[in-house]
Design a protein around this ligand. Structure first.
Ligand code: AMP
Length: 186
């Protein structure tokens, strides 16, 4: 099963992705986590990505496509994978389709978690106070929400047109949301 999960920052997609990955025994590929690891290791990709991430901007498509291209062929993706935080632009969605086609992989579903923006901003401000993540300041949070709706929401249409999109209400208890997701995967 090859899936992707989308949703504005703070909707809890990372949390859900980790649960779904364990339920389905597939790999969980979070591009945000991969990029933060690259930064921590001080790689060339990490050095480039840091500038964009700290400003709350998207990292260029080709960097992400190269990462995904290398990652989904690894053995832990044999059973399937759940892409989290990718694709974020139409260029990435088109690029992903090409990569998957070349590998004879197919996408089973695009899950979109939805929630009210003010609620999300409040959640992220709280998370920022605890996590110390450099991109969790109120100013960067608002910018990332805006970027999500301006740039990334287009890809909802992309997957809607392919009949792969499932909208899931992302507000509520963690297990309620998990159950909503698992129900559409059956
Ligand atoms: P996330 O942990 O998914 O919220 O990602 C944190 C940051 O990493 C984002 O604000 C972007 O700067 C960068 N990032 C993660 N995934 C992508 C992607 N698919 N395309 C571009 N930038 C990304």
């Amino acid at each position: 099963m090859n899936l992707l999960i989308m949703g504005p920052p703070g909707v809890g997609k990372g949390t859900q992705a980790k649960i779904i990955k364990n339920e389905l025994k597939i790999a969980h590929l979070s591009t945000g986590e991969i990029l933060r690891k690259e930064i921590a290791m001080g790689t060339k990709v990490g050095l480039i990505a840091k500038d964009y991430i700290d400003k709350g901007q998207l990292v260029p498509d080709q960097i992400l496509l190269d990462i995904i291209n290398d990652r989904i062929v690894l053995p832990d993706c044999k059973n399937g994978y759940l892409l989290d935080g990718f694709p974020r632009t139409l260029g990435q969605a088109n690029g992903l389709e090409k990569i998957m086609r070349s590998l004879n992989h197919s996408l089973d579903m695009a899950i979109s978690l939805t929630a009210d923006e003010d609620e999300l901003i409040n959640r992220l401000i709280k998370r920022g106070q605890k996590s110390g993540r450099t991109d969790d300041t109120p100013e960067v949070i608002r910018k990332r929400q805006k970027i999500y709706w301006v740039q990334t929401a287009q890809i909802l249409d992309f997957y809607q047109n392919k009949n792969l999109l499932k909208n899931i209400d992302g507000l509520g208890e963690i297990n309620e949301i998990t159950n909503r997701i698992l129900a559409v995967l059956k």
